[in-house]
Design a protein around this ligand. Structure first.
Ligand SMILES: *Cc1c(COP(=O)(O)O)cnc(C)c1O
Length: 419
């Protein structure tokens, strides 16, 4: 059973001031989850979570995570700007980009963040762009092939555009040392949205063994291993969620087996979780505008794929609760849609739900990460507001909804009207 962290009464109250649709975030849940992550890895002295900004790029959310001891992981120029504006500085920021424009490397260097290189040729490109190689630097590894856990294929790194190959990695550390780098990190992201407590430990084993090999072959001083993102959430109610305490313990075991005997016991563990940190602590709240009875039963919402792209893009499952009807039987079969001129604009297909009426509030679960963030303006739809449900039960608008003025802001109409 998935239970919303909001009630119909609360949403009725909020929507008088902030019209639907909006994304709402649960501060209490975010904080408790962040604390559980830190506790699970507290055995590692240098442990740090660098929250993947791209998952939920909102300064208020970043501030909450900062108070819980997290840094940020940025993928672009504007995410670097946002992190800087929120008071993340220097090594509290990781910059994990790919196809990186020169101006992004320049800003990353100016802010003194940890740069994670995605490609061997970026070593020369970075040096040419900023005039030197930073003392602390990280490389992203892609071993290729399939990523398996006990013969089950989790993902296909061999098809992924990211990272250095094994041989490029060894040559890369040698070259970086020659160019003056002193402290090294190793990073890999090999499977996405895993709901298996073994993902991090299996990934850690690969990275730890590779770190030992790098140390032996190049003499590079490996200071940190970045397990990146990929720890997922149980979008479906029948799935068992990850257990972060078990995951932390699994990584500790591998660390003790491989790192400590090889003189790498001081190495810090970093994570760059996005989804795991935020997804369950966000809901997309929408109102039912329309019912349609044709070849199927349709329920039309005031939200659309522009507010949550995952179902349209990946066919992703997002659980739905009809607020105020939590205890009613799910005896109606609906397609729950938005209003885009795109037939894949469906939040759910053939979903069993209680009888829905126009005006009902719909809670779409697990939208706290890669939800608002993947929003877009197709069909002239506007981005929604974001609301924070605070620990004391009050709420705060943390991003206003777009208005038509925002939508038109990138046009210059001056000439148009003068002619
Ligand atoms: C997207 C991304 C993350 C976060 O991934 P999640 O699946 O949200 O945890 C972390 N690191 C990098 C480099 C990414 O691209």
């Amino acid at each position: 059973m998935k239970k919303p962290f909001v009630t119909k009464e609360l949403i009725e109250k909020i929507s008088q001031e902030i019209p639907t649709p909006f994304h709402i975030y649960d501060e209490k849940g975010i904080r408790e989850n962040a604390r559980a992550l830190l506790k699970a890895f507290s055995w590692n002295k240098g442990f740090k979570e660098y929250f993947a900004v791209k998952a939920t790029p909102n300064p208020f959310i970043l501030k909450i995570l900062q108070e819980e001891g997290c840094g940020t992981d940025c993928s672009s120029y504007t995410e670097l700007l946002m992190s800087d504006a929120c008071g993340f500085h220097g090594h509290d920021i990781m910059f994990s980009s790919n196809v990186t424009p020169a101006q992004d490397f320049k800003l990353a260097d100016k802010l003194g963040v940890i740069i994670n290189l995605d490609d061997f040729t970026h070593i020369d490109f970075l040096e040419k762009t900023i005039g030197h190689i930073p003392e602390t630097i990280c490389c992203r590894y892609n071993p290729g092939g399939l990523f398996k856990i006990e013969n089950q294929i989790m993902d296909t790194p061999g098809e992924a555009k990211y990272g250095f190959t094994h041989d490029q990695l060894i040559e890369g550390y040698k070259l970086l040392m020659k160019k003056g780098a002193k402290n090294f990190g190793l990073h890999a992201f090999l499977a996405s949205n895993t709901v298996a407590n073994e993902y991090y430990p299996v990934l850690a084993k690969t990275l730890f063994e590779t770190a030992v090999e790098i140390k032996e072959k190049t003499g590079a001083n490996i200071k940190f291993i970045n397990l990146s993102g990929g720890v997922g959430v149980n979008y479906r109610p029948e799935q068992a969620p990850n257990d972060i305490a078990v995951i932390g313990e699994g990584v500790r075991k591998v660390f003790e087996e491989i790192m400590i005997p090889n003189g790498l016991g001081d190495c810090a563990i970093f994570t760059e979780l996005g989804r795991y940190m935020l997804a369950p602590y966000g809901h997309l709240i929408a109102k039912v505008l329309h019912e349609k009875h044709t070849h199927k039963e349709y329920i039309g919402l005031d939200a659309c794929a522009c507010n949550l792209m995952r179902p349209a893009m990946y066919g992703a499952y997002h659980h739905i609760t009809v607020l105020g009807k939590e205890n009613e039987p799910c005896d109606h079969k609906y397609d729950v849609t938005g209003g885009l001129c795109e037939n894949n604009d469906k939040f759910a297909i053939d979903r069993m739900l209680p009888k829905i009426d126009i005006g009902d509030y719909i809670c779409i679960h697990d939208t706290g990460a890669h939800g608002f963030a993947m929003g877009y303006n197709y069909n002239g739809k506007l981005r929604s507001a974001e609301v924070l449900l605070k620990e004391d039960g009050t709420y705060q608008l943390i991003r206003r909804a777009e208005t038509p003025k925002d939508y038109f802001a990138t046009f210059d109409f001056t000439d148009f009207f003068e002619k």
